[in-house]
Design a protein around this ligand. Sequence first.
Ligand code: URP
Ligand code: ZN
Ligand code: ZN
Length: 470
Amino acid sequence: MSFDTIIRGGTVVTAADTFACDVGIRDGKITALGRDLGDAATIIDATDRLVLPGGIDSHVHFAQPSGDGIVMADGFASGTRSAAFGGNTTVLPFCLQEKGQTLREALKHYHSLADGECHVDVAFHLIVTDPTEHVLGQELPALVEDGYTSLKVFMTYEGLALSDRELLETMSVARETGAMLMVHAENFDAIRFLTDRLERAGNTAPRFHATSRPIPVEREATHRAISLSELVDVPIMIVHVSNREAMDEIRRAQQRGLRVMGETCPQYLMLTENDLDQLNMEGAKYVCSPPPRDVASQQACWEGLQQKVFSVFSSDHCPFRYDDPQGKLAPKGRTSFRWVPNGIPGVATRLPILFSEGVVKGRIDLNSFVAFSATNHAKIYGLYPRKGTIAVGSDADIALWDPKRKVTIRHQLIHDGSDYTPYEGLEVTGWPVLTMVRGKVVVDDGTLVGSKDHGTYLPRAKPPAGATIP
Ligand code: URP
Ligand code: ZN
Ligand code: ZN
């Protein structure tokens, strides 16, 4: 057999195994794993490198409408470029249905933004904000069959939050169609009440964002989302879990046999609410929802990964520029934390942070790293085994890691459209030195060598019925 490329001399790691082996690649697929594979047009020397499945980030936001006068810092070109620099080969951004819009209209627009603009492969989740009879009865079932097999619903945010009745109706359609349902669990009315009260008292600095969304706001909504999903008997994914109390709700549900999964993100392992407490508006750089909590919450999120209460580790990359009236500084006159767009960048730093803080510091093993960063995303969102593993027949989506390289994170390494990283100055050990998407190298030792027409859109299968991952 002949190959286009052989990756030679590395250590292959999957979610299950670690083994010394060469990887033969042909026509974008892995076609052989073994030794002495012969010759190929291209030989990549992987001596002292780990050969991992490319990262799959199942929670990113690109080009999402973000409210009056606010512009997200990444579209598909810069967002997928940054993803590739961070060792990712597939990302799943959200296609947001605006009120009054059909899902098909939203998708047509979103596809037009993505076409020819992707450095890595993409698939879309749908955000349902207007669950009309037409949307739930006609559009969603057809779209799930067409390969849009996951959707996100919100329990907070003006214009996005669904009522409990709407949540139940949407959950019922997810159950009937077999789609995976992601839930943003925070109590909208409680946040509005606390925000109004803080503003009346003159507490408007960015740090009060955290005060306006305390842990009970997230715990209550997590409990409610689980209870509603139990009524309908539908699997759900609680996204961006930030603390022990919300995690314990998920754990209890799992112990009761409910198909409830959880996701956490780097900001809940690395940041605290103190990061929001800075001079002037600097704290706005760390405003995201749920907000970062405290050191005990960070510890809880690590335990959630170690004990596999969480199945996935995603970035929730939601980038806004800091020094920009269309970004974190918000248009003139809007001085309260209420107007700071929620979300922080992180698609390029997700994997180095989990590798360094998790694997190198002995909190999780390498196989779990692969599961949390790639394999479980592929399984849960209908991309496995094409994506998320290193196996004969899978796409040759591979990241070569130098497990010993020490890097100080600087914004210039990130290559996104934002003007800062929340992790500026953080020292990490372990770095993705080469990213390959379907057999083509897209980033090689800090240099972009791919083009933005290489990434492709991926229709997806339904998640495996009746299963929770892992
Ligand atoms: O603050 C955040 N997380 N913004 C992104 C939107 C979301 O809720 O995921
Ligand atoms: Zn969310
Ligand atoms: Zn998000």
